[in-house]
Design a protein around this ligand. Structure first.
Ligand code: C2E
Ligand code: MG
Ligand code: MG
Length: 710
């Protein structure tokens, strides 16, 4: 962990350092002062003692001289009484410890006592403080001063004229002098300690004041700088997580910190505005003004979170427009956008009219819209809303002065019945929408678990289909088409095959639908065109008759893209096949979607020599009259009519009618799905010129079919 060296700690440390330094200096000063006091006391004591000694010596000298003068005569006359009197008088002085008077020979004559106890003793010398025993004082003619064990011994000669007739010696004690020195020392000590105490007091006061000022400074710093900075830091953190309101509550102050706070508040406002704008841009679909995938995701998550706590329901509807790509391809993207805006408005209006509250709309992808609404018994409401939506969307709209009808497929899922998570709900609704598409489009489906598998299979197939061609899983089979009169193979229909690595052969009825829904069919179709043409370019007619043709199935989406003639031309160029040997098979529905466009494309193709055949004829056409308006070269009667040809008179009538009408229009006819001889013969009898079916030949691999013509 990295220790944080906060500003506050730094300041505190600084104050502590200052106080400690000052305290150390103060203690040093006090210590020095103490040392000076001690020195002063020691020297003072020495000086006082010196003075006391000097005083004592002077006094001793004076006393001894006085006494020697006084006892000169009595000593001469050996008047012991008088000598005793003087001696005692002197001995009465408080600091005099003894008085001795000796004769010229140094023998004690008097010691001041009544019985003169020491009479006759030698006035000996004594150990001085130096420890040297000397008799110099006892012999000296001058006044001698000697110190021994704190006593001053003053010896003075007693003179009569010039002659020394004896000596006096007085012992003076230092005790009193020492007492005086001690008293002086005590007085000085008391004075010094008073001064010291006062100094310490002042120093402590100074130190206290420094600490106090430091703390006061710290307090103000904390209140006026650190606290606002911390508040700013907190506000910055709040802004960081989007709580802008907290950046407004900063203290209004009239100083630099106040300036900083104001600038910060303004900055937070600006950030908030920007974020709001960014959110608006990020969460809104620019085309329709509805929410987008992001906003829906967030709101779905939060709604689910709220609902998990309560017990409400939530419906999610996935609305996918059917074949919107066709509008883009034929009328341009601008028209497609207009259509989406119109549809968004219709959805909005339908939701407003319906019995749902708190509804949320979003555009989920290109042509996918999502409606989200909570409530009780949302299933029933979803039904009525879905019906309303289907009607609203299917109402004809005017686009580029053309009346256009679009339909939508709606998938509905309900929380908590179907799923608990947002991702699962979206997936469910998507699956349900797929179901609606599979059920014929223009309808709604509720999600149901049973349908999961089917839809999942479809999703998986779509995923696998994407790379199938490049992985070499796709190939072409060719079903020969026969001339029913002479029984010769005149051409073949190219049929796409997908060998899935795990599932095996997937029927075109399944994967072509998936390819169409996912937009894969355009690329796939282009490759089929080229491959089929390349295969056909190797076929030759042995009898020297017309060279065999190849019939290629074209998806309605390939037609509605608008560039079919170019795509076909490119394939012709690459394969080198004669255009007259190619027939394109298109279903009626492809033509019905946009008759004008189909007519234009067919005209161009036919001008190049490419034939156009109507596939699965009879299954969806509202009337045979359409045949007159659309320029085609042939029709393929759908297998469903051929199957019951022998049993159902209606089918026979229709087949016969188609053959007759085609002939009158100069259009050729191919019967599909001839499975038995009866069908074959009947068709031949009714004048059907061409036919194909298992009875004649099953679809064959590319290399085998060529031999049929040889
Ligand atoms: P279609 O164009 O009507 O093709 C004829 C279908 O009928 C073929 O099915 C063929 O195998 C089958 N058939 C032929 N004779 C008989 C018969 O006697 N009895 C029965 N029961 N069926 C017979 P297939 O190959 O499964 O193709 C199905 C559909 O897939 C085709 O119908 C066509 O619409 C589509 N398709 C196939 N290949 C392509 C392709 O390359 N592009 C496009 N866009 N569609 C294709
Ligand atoms: Mg066909
Ligand atoms: Mg067909």
């Amino acid at each position: 962990m990295i220790l944080r060296w906060s500003l506050r700690s730094q300041l505190l440390a600084w104050v502590l350092l200052c106080t400690t330094t000052v305290a150390v200096i103060f203690v040093g000063l006090i210590w020095r002062e103490q040392r000076s006091f001690e020195l002063m006391r020691e020297q003072g004591n020495g000086l006082v003692l010196e003075l006391v000694r000097d005083g004592l010596q002077q006094r001793g000298s004076a006393l001894a001289s006085q006494l020697s003068n006084a006892v000169a005569n009595p000593l001469y006359f050996l008047d012991l009484d008088r000598i005793g009197e003087y001696t005692r008088n002197t001995g009465q002085q408080s600091d005099v410890t003894y008085v001795l008077v000796a004769d010229a020979q140094g023998r004690i004559v008097h010691d001041g006592s009544r019985d003169i106890a020491r009479f006759g003793e030698a006035l000996d010398d004594f150990a001085q403080d130096s420890g040297v025993r000397t008799s110099s004082a006892a012999r000296s003619n001058a006044v001698t001063l000697q110190w021994s064990q704190g006593v001053l011994h003053v010896t003075a000669p007693v003179l009569l004229g010039e002659q020394i007739i004896g000596r006096v010696r007085i012992g003076l004690s230092m005790e009193e002098g020492q007492r005086t020195a001690q008293a002086w020392g005590a007085t000085v000590e008391a004075g010094l300690s008073r001064t010291r105490v006062s100094h310490v007091r002042w120093l402590l006061l100074g130190l206290g004041l420094i600490t106090l000022f430091g703390l006061i400074g710290l307090f103000f710093l904390r209140r006026n700088v650190l606290k606002p900075i911390r508040a700013l830091a907190q506000a910055a953190s709040a802004v960081e997580v989007g709580r802008y309101i907290e950046a407004r509550g900063l203290e209004a102050r009239n100083d630099e910190i106040g300036d900083l706070s104001r600038v910060f508040s303004r900055m937070a406002d600006s950030v908030e505005r920007h974020e709001r704008e960014i959110r608006r841009i990020a969460y809104t679909d620019p085309l329709t003004g509805l929410g987008n995938r992001l906003s829906l995701g967030e709101s779905l998550e939060s709604r689910l979170l709220t609902l998990q706590a309560s017990s409400g329901e939530l419906a999610l509807m996935f609305i996918d427009l059917d074949d919107i790509k066709r509008v883009n391809d034929t009328l341009g993207h601008h028209a497609g956008d207009e259509l989406l805006v119109d549809v968004a408005l219709r959805i909005r209006q339908a939701c407003a009219d319906a019995d749902v509250d708190a509804v949320e709309l979003a555009r989920f992808g290109g042509d996918e819209f999502v409606v989200l609404f909570p409530g009780q018994s949302v299933r029933e409401r979803a039904v009525s809303l879905a019906e309303r939506l289907l009607v609203a969307i299917a109402t004809p709209m005017n686009l580029n002065e053309r009346a256009l009808i679009v339909s939508a497929s709606i998938g509905i899922t309900v929380f908590p019945d179907d799923a608990a998570s947002a991702a699962q709900m979206v997936k469910n609704a998507d699956m349900a929408m797929y179901q609606a598409k599979a059920a014929g489009k223009g309808c709604y489906r509720f999600y149901s678990r049973a349908l999961d598998e089917e839809v999942e299979r479809r999703v998986r197939l779509e995923r696998d289909l994407r790379g199938a061609w490049d992985r070499g899983e796709m190939s072409l089979a060719f079903q020969p088409v026969f001339d029913l009169i002479d029984g010769r193979a005149v051409g073949a229909e190219a049929l796409l095959r997908w060998e899935h690595p795990e599932l095996g052969l997937v029927p075109p009825s399944i994967f072509i639908g998936i390819a169409e829904d996912s937009g894969l069919v355009e690329a796939l179709g282009e490759r089929v065109l080229e491959l089929a043409m390349r295969a056909a370019s190797t076929w030759t007619s042995a009898s020297g008759g017309r060279p065999p043709f190849v019939a290629i199935n074209v998806s309605p989406r390939q037609l509605s893209r608008g560039d079919l003639p170019e795509v076909v031309e490119r394939a012709l160029l690459r394969s080198g096949l004669d255009a007259h040997r190619v027939h394109l098979e298109l279903t009626e529905t492809a033509i019905l979607r946009d008759e004008a466009q189909a007519t234009a494309a067919f005209t161009r193709l036919r001008a190049k020599g490419v034939g156009v055949w109507l596939d699965d004829f009879g299954t969806g056409f509202s009337g045979l009259s359409h045949l007159r308006r659309v320029p085609v070269d042939g029709v393929k009667i759908d297998r469903s009519f051929i199957t019951d040809l022998l049993r159902d008179p209606n089918d026979l009538a229709l087949t016969t009618g188609v053959i007759a009408m085609a002939r009158s229009l100069g259009v050729t006819v191919v019967a599909e799905g001839i499975e038995n001889e009866g069908q074959h013969d009947l068709l031949r009898e009714r004048g059907c010129p061409m036919g194909q079916g298992f009875f004649l030949s099953r679809p064959l691999p590319g290399d085998e079919v060529g031999r049929l013509f040889g």
